[in-house]
Each structure stands twice: as structure tokens, then as C-alpha cells.
Design a protein around this ligand. Structure first.
Ligand code: NAD
Length: 424
């Protein structure tokens, strides 16, 4: 699995499930209905390249659960996308939607591709062909995709257009994360990071700590990571380290986030490349050392399996806010627990994205669009409510926040599955 260091994130996800299921004393029948994915689809997509040749791309869509509503989850483009990774991401979506209590199940998609190697026209043909090939699965009441790593609002727009053209109807509710000019929601672009920010503020409030001056390290500087840096620095926190595939940049006195953002914007592709020429920062020899810096808050915002049994003991952060999905393995969780490091788990911490996706879908179906203030107000209410419910569950069962988030969400999913019963 290449960038996942041969680990299997789906096994990791199932171990997380088992821990919570044990506390909940779920029966075998209950587990059977809500643990494994409902449907896994794999296709091979032939695409005509600009030079006239045909290249075939493998792609997936996993629908983990539709117990609480249509499947929901992003589409990832990455050369090492693997079906087990997509299954794990779909599984986390089911429980993420249940934690924040939006009426969706869980799904996820992926294409095995390095989009940096495609021209814009090739990328458009691939995105359209993916949606066309899978169009029986998708629909505003069936399965609603969204952006993920290496996909953006333009890709969502091509997919929405493909589906609408096939159905000869305007159907914006089939996908979320669309551009504002064509059915997107105000606030969606920054929603994941803003949701994380509400979680960190709540955690700090409950722990009686002051965010002003708190030091922060962030791994990944894309949609989630760069906006996380902006919200935290605007609130007075000191961002001391940031990284992306170009490397990790560190200054214990703080990094000017606005300069980092403008460096990314100036590069041909969004990247921190060359930041050491713009700012006084040290480029770390080993970018993974960013995870071991002595900081108050660590934010993994890149990919899965970054904190493992190999480096967890070296983590010095007091609080970890998981913007990425699955950045900490089960083994590492146990080590962090022993060290007293609090982890705001992915299925709570990065749920702001799917929450505003839900609000986008609602607006698409009403045909009436809200101002950003209204969206942000709703997002805050969903996030703060979920955070407080997870925190209370963790105190009630004396478990960490991850197990608490699973207890809360598994209970909601099993309840829905039981109320519905089995068809035929
Ligand atoms: P993105 O493509 O916008 O950014 C990913 C960033 O990670 C890039 O800066 C990339 O250079 C960096 N990166 C990749 N590999 C790295 C490595 N080995 N070390 C350091 N940096 C690395 O993606 P995104 O949308 O910001 O998603 C990031 C994470 O957040 C993913 O796990 C995704 O599933 C999760 N997430 C995103 C959203 C959302 O709305 N965007 C919602 C929920 C969860």
C-alpha cells in the first residue's frame, strides 16, 4: 500500500469498532448488520489521453451503510488508492455522520491516479467517466459524493454536470462541495477546518486552558491543514510547524501563516515549496519529526497511519486534533492514552466538512440558499453539540474520546438498523 507503509486501514477501523462494540455489549446480530460495507464496486475506466493513447484507471466506490440515510463520502484521487483504504474511509463516514447526527450513511470512492500527471482535459474526462460508470449507484437519495484528497469543487462540478446531463434534469443534490456559482454552499470550503477549530476551542474551554499563545504543528497543508492554520493563528495560537509533500518547515517562534498561504498560491500547484526562502524557517531533514515536536496541539491533516507504534512514544503534544481520517493506529492510540495525550478523533474532529455538505444538500433540495453566517451558525451548533455528547460519553464510560465517539455513533446506527428491520 505504498504511502500507507503496508498497513491496512480497514483492519485498523474494525479494531476501533470492536473496542466500542465490547463496551456497548453489542450482540452478534447487531454487529453483523453494521460492521462490514454493504457494497463494494470496482471498475476499470478507459480514458483517451491527449496524445491519442488509451490508459485504463482502476476505481472504486464503497457504500458502507445506508441505515440512517443515503451513503455519503468523498472521492479520492491518489496513485496508491487501495480498496481496503476506501473501505476504511467509507466505514468512518458512517460513524462520522452519526456522531454529528446528520441523516446520512457512509460511503467513499477513489481512483488510482496521480492527478498531477494528467492535463486538465484528461482529468475532466476521467472524472466524468467515473461518474458515468457509477451513475446507477449515485443519486440525491442514494449516494452523495464529495471532495477528498486531490479532488476539488471543479471536479465535483464536472461530476454533477455528467449526472444531470445523463438524467436530462438539473440535479445538484447528487454531489456536494460544488463551486459557489453552481449550487455550492457558502462556508463549505473551510468547513472541515472550522469544525476542527470548534472542537479545539471546546476542548480548551473544558480543560480550562488558553488558546492564546498555544503552540501548534500541522502535518498537511491542503484544504484541511491550511485552513486549520488560518483559524488557529487568527485565534491567537502560534503555528510553529507546517508540512506538505514538499517538506516540513519549523520555527519555534511561530510561522506567519499568511506568508505560507501566499507562497502556496504563488507556486504553480498549491505547495509550500520554497517557503524557507520566504520566511525564517528550518526545513526538517525528516518531515515525520514534525509529529514529535514539543507543541501544545498537533494536527495531522494529510493521510492515514502517520502515528503508529513506531513513533507514538515520541509524541510530545498535549492534544491531537485529527483533521485527517485515520492518522493514528489502534496500537498508537494505546500508547498515547498511557502518556495522557488527549485525541479528538477524526470522526468528530473533521466532521465539519460533511456537516456543511449536509447543509449544501438541504439547500440544493430547497432551491433556497443561505448566507455564510447562517451556515456557520448551524455548523457551530452541530459541532459543539457533538463534542459535548462525545465528552460526556467518555466520562460516563471512562473511555477515551475515540471510543466514546464510536459508542455514541454505533448506538445511533444500530438503533436505525433495528428500527428498519430486514427487507425480505
Ligand atoms: P488536500 O489534497 O487538499 O491536502 C492534502 C495535503 O497533505 C497536501 O498539502 C499534501 O501535500 C499533504 N501530504 C500528502 N502526503 C503527505 C505526507 N506524507 N506528509 C505531509 N504532508 C502530506 O486534502 P484535504 O482535503 O486537506 O484532506 C486531508 C485529510 O483530511 C485527508 O485525510 C482527508 O480524508 C481529510 N478530510 C478532509 C475533508 C475535507 O473537507 N477536505 C473532510 C474530512 C476529512
Amino acid at each position: 500500500m505504498g504511502y500507507l507503509k503496508q498497513r491496512n486501514p480497514f483492519e485498523n477501523a474494525l479494531k476501533q469498532f470492536d473496542k466500542a462494540a465490547k463496551v456497548l455489549k453489542l450482540s452478534k446480530n447487531q454487529i453483523a448488520v453494521v460492521k462490514e460495507p454493504r457494497r463494494v464496486t470496482e471498475v476499470n475506466l478507459p480514458i483517451r489521453m491527449d496524445n491519442g493513447s488509451i490508459q485504463v484507471f482502476k476505481a472504486f466506490r464503497v457504500q458502507h451503510s445506508i441505515a440512517r440515510g443515503p451513503a455519503k463520502g468523498g472521492i479520492r484521487y491518489h496513485p496508491q488508492v487501495h480498496v481496503d483504504e476506501v473501505k476504511a474511509l467509507a466505514f468512518w463516514m458512517t460513524y462520522k455522520c452519526a456522531v454529528v447526527n446528520v441523516p446520512f450513511g457512509g460511503g467513499k470512492g477513489g481512483i488510482v491516479v496521480d492527478p498531477a500527471k494528467l492535463s486538465p482535459a484528461e482529468l475532466e474526462r476521467l472524472s466524468r467517466r467515473y461518474f458515468a460508470e457509477m451513475s446507477d449507484l449515485f443519486g440525491p437519495d442514494k449516494d452523495i459524493p464529495a471532495p477528498d484528497v486531490n479532488t476539488n469543487s471543479q471536479v465535483m462540478c464536472w461530476m454533477f454536470d455528467t449526472y444531470s446531463m445523463q438524467h436530462k434534469e438539473h440535479i445538484p443534490g447528487v454531489i456536494t462541495g460544488k463551486p459557489l456559482g453552481i449550487g455550492g454552499s457558502a462556508g463549505r470550503e473551510v468547513a472541515t477546518a472550522l469544525g476542527m477549530f470548534h472542537c479545539v476551542v471546546e476542548a480548551y474551554r473544558i480543560m480550562n486552558k488558553n488558546l492564546e499563545g498555544a503552540s501548534v504543528a500541522i502535518q498537511g497543508f491542503g484544504n484541511a491543514g491550511s485552513n486549520a492554520a488560518k483559524f488557529l493563528s487568527d485565534a491567537g495560537a502560534k503555528v510553529v510547524a507546517i508540512s506538505d509533500i514538499s517538506g516540513a518547515y519549523y520555527n519555534p517562534d511561530g510561522i506567519n501563516v499568511n506568508t505560507a498561504l501566499s507562497t502556496c498560491a504563488q507556486n504553480k500547484r498549491w505547495s509550500l515549496q520554497g517557503l524557507e526562502k520566504q520566511l525564517q524557517v528550518e526545513k526538517l531533514k525528516d518531515p515525520m519529526k514534525l509529529l514529535e515536536l514539543d507543541v501544545d496541539i498537533l494536527i495531522p491533516a494529510a493521510l492515514e497511519d502517520q502515528i503508529t507504534e513506531e513513533n507514538a512514544a515520541n509524541v510530545q503534544a498535549r492534544l491531537i486534533a485529527e483533521c485527517a481520517n485515520g492518522p493514528i493506529t489502534v496500537e498508537a492510540d494505546a500508547i498515547l492514552d498511557k502518556k495522557g495525550v488527549r485525541v479528538i478523533p477524526d470522526i468528530l474532529c473533521n466532521a465539519g466538512g460533511v456537516t456543511v455538505s449536509y447543509l449544501e444538500w438541504v439547500q440544493n433540495r430547497m432551491g433556497y440558499y443561505w448566507a455564510e453566517e447562517r451556515v456557520n451558525e448551524d455548523l457551530k451548533r452541530f459541532m459543539v453539540t457533538a463534542f459535548q455528547q462525545v465528552w460526556q460519553t467518555s466520562e460516563q464510560y471512562k473511555v477515551n474520546l475515540r471510543i466514546a465517539a464510536f459508542i455514541l455513533s454505533i448506538r445511533r446506527v444500530t438503533e436505525a438498523a433495528e428500527l428498519r428491520g430486514l427487507y425480505a
